[in-house]
Design a protein around this ligand. Structure first.
Ligand code: DC
Length: 222
C-alpha cells in the first residue's frame, strides 16, 4: 500500500489556496479538502436560522442540532447541511463574513477540526485553510503558507464573484471585506492564521498562480 500523507496549504482569503490545492490534487491524483467550505457552511446555517454568528450560546445550540456532512462526488467536494446540498450558496459576500465571524468561536473550531482530522486520516489529502499546518495537522508532510497583498487578493476575489454573475460588490467593498476578515482571522484567540516555522512561504502576487503550482509540485516531488 502506498504511503498516506498530507499537504497543508494555509493563507489569507484570496491568496490562491483553493486554486493551488485543486491544481496539486489533480496533478498528484490525491483528494482535496477545502476546510473553509466547512466554516462557510456553519456561517450559512447561522444566517438561515437567524442566529448571530458571534453569539456563543446560540451557536452552541445550533451545533447540537445542525447536521453537516462533507461528501466527495465526481471529484468535487459537496457541503450537505441538514440534508440539503448547499455547495452553491456558500460563496456570497454575506456568508464570507458570517464564516469569518463564526470560525472565531472555539466550539465551532473544535467540531470542524475533529471532522477534518477524521476525513484526512485514512487517505492522502491536500487541505487548505488557515490553521492546517499549525493546528489541524501539525505533522503534515508538506506545509505551504501563501501570501499576497490585500489589493491583489481583492482584485482576484472581485473577478471570481463577477465570473459567477455576482455584481453585488465593487472593488472598494471587496477590499474592505478582505481586510475585515484578515484582521479577524489573524487576531482571533483560537488557532489564528499564522505561518509556522516549517512552512514554505510563497508570495503569489509576485509569481502568479500557475508558477506557484509548479513550485509547490517541485517541493513535493523532491
Ligand atoms: O478559505 P475561505 O475564505 O473559504 O474561509 C472562510 C472563513 O473560514 C475564513 O474567513 C476563516 C475561516 N477558516 C478558518 O478559520 N480556518 C480554516 N482552516 C479555514 C477557514
Amino acid at each position: 500500500m502506498s504511503e498516506v500523507y498530507q499537504i497543508a496549504i494555509d493563507g489569507p482569503s484570496g491568496s490562491g489556496k483553493s486554486t493551488l490545492a485543486k491544481g496539486v490534487s489533480a496533478k498528484l491524483g490525491i483528494m482535496y479538502l477545502d476546510t473553509g467550505a466547512m466554516y462557510r457552511t456553519c456561517g450559512l446555517c447561522a444566517l438561515k436560522r437567524g442566529i448571530s454568528p458571534r453569539d456563543v450560546d446560540a451557536v452552541k445550540k445550533m451545533l447540537d442540532t445542525m447536521e453537516l456532512k462533507v461528501e466527495f462526488k465526481d471529484g468535487s467536494q459537496h457541503m450537505i447541511l441538514d440534508g440539503e446540498d448547499v455547495t452553491g450558496f456558500i460563496r456570497t459576500p454575506e456568508v464570507s463574513i458570517a464564516a469569518s465571524d463564526i470560525s472565531a468561536l472555539p466550539c465551532v473550531r473544535k467540531a470542524m477540526v475533529d471532522m477534518q482530522r477524521d476525513i484526512a486520516s485514512s487517505q492522502t489529502f491536500v487541505l487548505d485553510g488557515r490553521d492546517i499546518g499549525s493546528n489541524v495537522l501539525p505533522n503534515a508532510k508538506y506545509k505551504f503558507f501563501l501570501t499576497a497583498s490585500a489589493e491583489t487578493r481583492a482584485e482576484r476575489r472581485l473577478k471570481e464573484l463577477n465570473e459567477k454573475g455576482d455584481f453585488s460588490q465593487n472593488y472598494e467593498e471587496v477590499l474592505r471585506d478582505i481586510k475585515y476578515r484578515d484582521k479577524q482571522d489573524s487576531e482571533r484567540a483560537s488557532a489564528p492564521l499564522v505561518k509556522v516555522d516549517d512552512a514554505i512561504e510563497i508570495d503569489t502576487s509576485v509569481i502568479g498562480i500557475d508558477e506557484t503550482r509548479d513550485l509547490l509540485l517541485s517541493y513535493i516531488k523532491e
